[in-house]
Design a protein around this ligand. Structure first.
Ligand SMILES: [Zn+2]
Length: 140
């Protein structure tokens, strides 16, 4: 994949994607089957979203970050939001993310919404697992 010129990455997106996969595989160990399946399903959705976010960001790091975090709103059935800190919507524990804001991306980019796709509650076990991976200091 190539990105439009004029932007520069301060991270390696492909390394980030590989890193997410590795951490998901690690998190799957020892989980009961239902939790395992739920985490596998959510992580594959998240990985698709990461690829999609990369394309949408056009190499703009802030836009990429906002698209990444919009995933956690989308799965809770929130498809439009206001400018403001990620912490207005998400419980974040990584201090470097506490001052990150939605300043470019204020809605999902999908037009069609699959009515059979269940909303993922932030209290479900798989939700914080994926959120924690994204908050890892090595990501992105
Ligand atoms: Zn959405």
């Amino acid at each position: 994949m190539t990105f439009s010129s004029g932007y520069s990455y301060y991270f390696d997106p492909w390394h980030a994607l590989k890193s997410v996969r590795k951490q998901v595989i690690k998190a799957l160990k020892g989980l009961p089957e239902t939790q395992r399946n739920a985490l596998l399903d959510l992580s594959s959705r998240f990985l698709r979203h990461l690829y999609y976010s990369l394309e949408l960001s056009g190499g703009h790091v802030q836009v990429f970050l906002e698209h990444i975090f919009s995933f956690f709103l989308h799965i809770q059935n929130i498809h439009e939001w206001s400018a403001g800190n990620f912490t207005n919507y998400l419980h974040l524990s990584n201090t470097t993310l506490l001052d990150k804001k939605f300043s470019h991306v204020f809605s999902c980019c999908h037009s069609y919404l699959d009515p059979n796709r269940p909303r993922i509650d932030s209290a479900s076990p798989e939700f914080p697992t994926i959120l924690k991976i994204v908050q890892n200091k090595n990501f992105p």
